[in-house]
Design a binder for this molecule. Structure first.
Ligand code: FAD
Length: 396
């Protein structure tokens, strides 16, 4: 840890911990990062990753964090060392209502890259997914009652429908793309077989293995130190083992035990990394069934293919049947992927919580303890906004 008295200890070397550490160190503080796992073994290294606030507990703070981060990621896209590129692509749906899954219900297997629920998953493992198709909602017995609509654009089900019902408005772009810039409705000819609607836009796509290395190097060149391999049993143990004026908890799903925080729910994601046969655009496709998700994110030499969303699963082993399903689904979308060598299998546990926990409390001996965890499927998307808020809180 070095001989200088530490101003801050950051627990965690994923995107939240490293970005926070960069901000603190660049503000002039003496900072150390400690983590059980090094950056390349974190959930952060598994992400595709694209900017877009999804699968995260939405509250008044999230849009601001996402906006700040979008600007930073776009700035960093100018630096080849950061592994970020602004590229075009499509988010698409097999359902008639493109955005219907965006109103995910707590407890449902929520969509990942493209579904982008505005509600977090339930802390309890969801036993019965709630149907999201508005047509599946029961028709109210009282005709004056308003039916519950999951998609505000959907047409209400009426007991006595007019003989000439007005055609429904065409679905708009998914809410998680709000703020990204121009979005253009896809022509049918642009959509892969089986997909019925889609939107084209551009966004920062981040090669996480490269980006995490970039963040760590930037942190170290600002004077920070890192130490990996030690898992703290509790925050009190961390505070007693490391002498630092401030502790910052960026432990991702590890917060479930470290804090402990029973509100944390892992949402397992499995991905396959293949050699890039020359694909330049991303694709995100959402099906009508829970967990029916197909995405591909091209980086320079590789493409990250996915995916899965399994709330409540702590299993970090890749499942061969899932790998097979991901490969077949992505090849159907992008036939050029056929035969691309598989380079890696990855599994990450998205740290989902009813709301991101970014708040201050005190350790048992009175030192400031800041929490920055629970970013769900949007940890990359919120990283700079959250890190800067933590830094402001530390600097007072
Ligand atoms: C398949 C998949 C796709 C995703 N796609 C996207 C995307 O496109 N865009 C997006 O924004 N987000 C995406 N996400 C979500 C994103 O990856 C997470 O929100 C983010 O990685 C969380 O980062 P973190 O730094 O908080 O946690 P982590 O990356 O999990 O890092 C936690 C760190 O804390 C350490 N730690 C934990 N417990 C302890 C302990 N007791 N003692 C010491 N150290 C400890 C760990 O070792 C690790 O270093 C995706 C996630 C998955 C799985």
């Amino acid at each position: 840890m070095g001989s200088r008295q530490l101003d801050a200890l950051v627990i965690g070397a994923g995107v939240s911990g490293l970005t926070t550490a960069v901000c603190l160190a660049e503000a002039g503080l003496a900072v150390a990062v400690e983590a059980a796992e090094p950056p390349q073994h974190t959930t952060s290294s598994v992400a595709g990753a694209i900017w877009g606030p999804h699968l995260v507990g939405m509250d008044a703070r999230v849009a601001g964090w996402a906006e700040v981060t979008l600007a930073r990621l776009r700035q960093l896209a100018g630096d080849p060392a950061a592994g970020i590129r602004e590229i075009g692509g499509i988010t698409s749906s097999r359902a008639a209502q493109h955005d219907c899954v965006a109103k995910a219900d707590p407890g449902r297997d929520p969509p990942d890259q493209a579904g982008h629920p505005t509600q977090p998953v339930s802390p309890d493992p969801p036993a019965q997914p709630v149907p999201l198709d508005p047509r599946a909602q029961p028709v109210p017995l009282d005709p004056r009652a308003q039916p519950v609509l999951l998609d505000p654009r959907a047409q209400p089900v009426l007991l006595d429908p007019p003989t000439q019902p007005a055609p429904p408005d065409p679905p708009g772009p998914p809410g998680w793309t709000d703020g990204v810039g121009v979005r253009v409705r896809c022509e049918d000819s642009e959509l892969p077989a089986g997909f019925t609607s889609g939107w084209r836009f551009s966004a920062p796509v981040i090669s996480m293995p490269v980006y995490l290395d970039y963040l760590q190097a930037r942190f170290q060149s600002a004077g920070g130190s890192v130490r990996y391999g030690r898992a703290f049993a509790s925050l009190a143990a961390a505070a007693s083992q490391v002498s630092a004026d401030v502790i910052v908890n960026c432990s991702g799903i590890g917060a479930h035990d470290l804090v402990p925080d029973p509100d944390m729910v892992p949402v397992r994601g499995q991905a396959v990394v293949v050699a890039n046969p020359g694909i330049g655009d991303f694709f995100i496709g959402v099906g009508q069934e829970p967990g029916d998700l197909t995405y591909l994110f091209p980086h320079q030499d590789t493409v990250v293919l996915g995916g899965t969303e399994q709330p409540g699963s702590w299993d970090r082993q890749p499942d061969p049947a899932t790998t097979n399903r991901i490969l077949r689904a992505c090849e159907a979308v992008q036939p050029r992927l056929r035969g691309s060598p598989v380079l890696a299998h990855k599994v990450g546990l998205r740290p989902v919580r009813p709301a991101v926990r970014l708040e201050a409390e005190r350790t048992g001996d009175g030192r400031p303890l800041l929490h920055n965890y629970g970013h769900g499927g949007a940890g990359v998307t919120l990283s700079w906004g959250c890190a800067l808020d933590v830094t402001r809180a530390v600097l007072g």
